[in-house]
Design a protein around this ligand. Structure first.
Ligand code: SAM
Length: 210
């Protein structure tokens, strides 16, 4: 699997680790201009570590839902083009604004991802990638509502957290239901369990249906 341009593997402490170039954000180790990308703290990092075919090449226009304090989206902005980062909790969103200070292509938005009409006037359309990590009930519906921002040949990269949907059910059953709802609006291209890095999470790669 080829990594997106701008993402590298660096050998640090006898281990190959993903890395991007940018200002450090969360106390991650650095190697010259490179900052290591901790897959244990990032579902997208875990997808890349596990060799999932994300279709990312570097330089893409990105809408990122569930940006929190910017751990993962900071790495994304290091290798992507314009990166719109939606987070609805004010406290992490404040940290996100600091992360964006050194990244002119990163645009933090204090918005609710369930209500895309509230940021449709700011976010470009025809984006290449929709990355979603909202860890909230109704994850498939959030992806469906935000499909409007994707180009016809764009990609959804979603991390689905089973416990956010239902803590009492088997994760595999929850994932089946989420995928069934996603199929109304997307063609599923690949899935992978992320448990090696993130318990009870499923990665989904999909493209929008016409
Ligand atoms: N993606 C982050 C990272 O890797 O650095 C971690 C995200 S954390 C698992 C989930 C985030 O989604 C939380 O910060 C939460 O506040 C946010 N979130 C949940 N529901 C949301 C919604 N409807 N709109 C915007 N943000 C939401």
């Amino acid at each position: 699997m080829t990594l997106p341009e701008g993402v590298s593997r660096r050998r640090v402490d006898d281990r190959e680790r993903l890395a991007t170039r940018g200002e450090p954000v969360y106390g991650e180790p650095t190697d010259g201009p490179w900052r290591l990308w901790d897959a244990g703290r990032s579902k997208l990092g875990a997808m890349l570590e596990l060799g999932l075919d994300t279709g990312l090449t570097g330089g893409e226009g990105v809408l990122y839902l569930g940006a929190a304090s910017g751990t993962t989206v900071s790495h994304v902005a290091d290798f992507a083009g314009p990166t719109y980062a939606v987070e609805f909790a004010p406290r992490p969103a404040r940290d996100l604004v600091d992360v964006a200070a050194s990244r002119p292509n990163l645009f933090p938005l204090l918005k609710d991802a369930r209500r895309p009409e509230t940021y449709a006037h700011v976010v470009e359309s025809n984006l290449d990638v929709l990355i979603q990590d909202v860890a909230t009930r109704g994850q498939a519906r959030v992806a469906a509502r935000n499909r409007r921002f994707l180009a016809p040949d764009g990609r959804l990269l979603a991390a689905i957290k089973a416990r956010s949907e239902d803590v009492t059910r088997e994760p595999a059953a929850v994932f089946e239901d989420v995928l069934a709802t996603l199929r109304d609006r997307y063609e599923i291209l690949a899935t992978a369990r992320l448990d090696r890095y993130h318990d009870d999470h499923l990665a989904v790669v999909a493209r929008p249906l016409a």
